[in-house]
Each structure stands twice: as structure tokens, then as C-alpha cells.
Design a binder for this molecule. Sequence first.
Ligand SMILES: Cc1cc2nc3c(=O)[nH]c(=O)nc-3n(C[C@H](O)[C@H](O)[C@H](O)COP(=O)(O)O)c2cc1C
Length: 323
Amino acid sequence: MLKTRLTELLGIEYPIIGGTMMDLARAEYTAAVSNGGGLGVLASAIFRDTAAFRDEIKKTRDLTDKPFGVNINLFPMMMPPDNRAYLDVLAEEGVKVVETSGFAAPEDLVGLFKERNMIWMHKCVGVRYAKKAAALGADAVTVVGYENGGATGKLNITTLVLVPSVVKAVSCPVIGGGGVVDGRSLYAVLALGAEGVIVGSRFMLSEECPIHPNLKKALCDASELDTDIIMQSIGFAHRVWLNEPAKKTIEMEARGCGIEEIYPYVSGEAARRMYNDGDINAGTVSCSQGIGLIDRVMPIKDIIQEMVAEAEETHRRMSSFIS
Ligand SMILES: Cc1cc2nc3c(=O)[nH]c(=O)nc-3n(C[C@H](O)[C@H](O)[C@H](O)COP(=O)(O)O)c2cc1C
């Protein structure tokens, strides 16, 4: 039993949020997290128009009768979607949970979230950003430490320090992540004061995540040393799996190359070739340091069950230390 303010707020069984993922967090992945008792978060930025986005929401709803959320992407994109139009689709389709992620909290959209009675969660990487989102009225703030797969920002604060710092600074529920891959890390982040966790890389290595088996195998074989930060020099730092294109990108950045030269290695198109065709050196893929602890592809439901059972076991073990 893992009941927190977050499980109550979202109406979910376990305080586990499925990390949204560009190109991957579609209906099947999102519904699998929700059906497993967590909260799946569909990545709206995948869809090029409102019709395709609406279809995916409907598909998600066909696959689960549990709550799910939608991520609205605030990071720069080559072809950014019209987020306001997407928010209208959410309202029309009755989706009540919205997660935003990006360099800054969306001051211009908060009024809309409140007017429409939405539950708004904002994901960021630092105490000051979390405080800002909370001050704007976020219902929960998500913070991910430097270990995390995906955007790392420029503050480079690890989960162990970031989570309690944010818990101290805001009064709304905090969701912590970055390296949460099993029940021990789930328990640890709750012990730091968070009321939920966000899990990205562990769920990437699930049966439901639509990446090629070659890539899943390569990531299962990877260790905690096999990730690094790329795109820091262009203000878009991301932790990725250290494959050949990632190494090339790091080397080019050290030489002072700009986005035009780096782009072929880090583009969404290159990543999609990895995901779809299994060419593991076609591009780069976001990936957590926690990857070193993952060695099996499993159904999301089983991953969640294993995490919860291990968290309970950890609780018993910790209790035995304290008399
Ligand atoms: C392949 C992949 C793609 C991701 N894409 C996005 C994205 O488009 N937007 C976003 O806000 N976060 C994205 N993330 C970050 C996750 O939602 C989540 O915050 C992060 O993975 C948590 O850290 P962990 O990987 O250590 O579990 C991505 C992560 C991965 C692994």
C-alpha cells in the first residue's frame, strides 16, 4: 500500500508516473503504465496535428479506463506544435491531467489550466524552477536529478540532493526522479520526502515501449558508465546512451561545432531510425545512469509490481535496522 497525496490527487494506485518520451509515449505505452496502477503520460509533441493527437487520446482511452495524463512540450522544437490548440483538444476530450516540461513554467497557460479545472504538474530540474511552478499554482512539481535520461538543464543537481531541497521549498506534492529503476530507488525517493516518482528509462526497456529489440538489448547490456551529457554547448543538455553518434557529438562540441553540424547525429529522424529499424548507431537516445541496473525487458505491469514489492521489502529491511 503506497498512499500519498499524489495517489489521492490523481486517483491512481501507486505513486508512479510514467516518464513521457518523445516518439515513444503513445497510446500503448501510456495505457500500459496506467493499467499497471501508475499514471501514463502521453507525449503530445509526437503528433503533427490536432486530428492525430485527438485520435491517440481516443486510442489511449480505448486501452485503459484508468486516469492518464498528457505532456505539453515547452522545449524548443524544429516544428513546435500549437500547444493552445492541443489544450483545447484535452478539454474537449475530458483529459484532466496535464504535465508541462521545458526550460520555464508556462505562465501564459496557467490561467487556462485553472479555468478548466485541470490537474497541472510541471517537470523541471532545479529548486528555483520548482518554486516558480508552485508559486504559479502547480498541483504537483516533478524534479529529475542529473542522473536522469533526457534533459538535464544546467544546474546538474543529483536526485539525492534535489528532491529533499524541493520538498523543503514547496508545499505541493513533489514527484522525484532521475535514476528510479527499481523498488529500492522508489523507496529512497519517497524517503527523501517525495510523494511520487517518475520513471523513464526503466519503462523504456519494457515490452510495450515501441523501440526495436536490438536497441533494447544494447541498453540492457549497458552499464552505469555508458551514458554521458550531449548538447550542453548549445544549451540543450541531455543525458544519452554513449553510442558512436553520442561520442561523435561530444567530440564535435569540444571542437566548437554548432547545431547545424551536430544536428544529423541528434535529430528526431535519426532517433526514429534507431527505434524503428534497430540501427543502434543511427542517432542518439536519452538514457539514465540507472540503465546499469536494468538487464531485462518486462511488461510494464510486472515492472511496477516488482518495484512495489521491492519497496515493501526495503521497508521491512529498513525497519529491522531501527529499534
Ligand atoms: C527515450 C526518452 C525520451 C524522453 N523524452 C522526453 C520528452 O519528450 N519530454 C520530457 O519532458 N521528458 C522526456 N524524457 C524524460 C522522462 O520523461 C523522465 O523525466 C526521465 O526519463 C526520468 O529519469 P530516468 O530516465 O532516470 O527514469 C525522455 C526520457 C527518455 C529515456
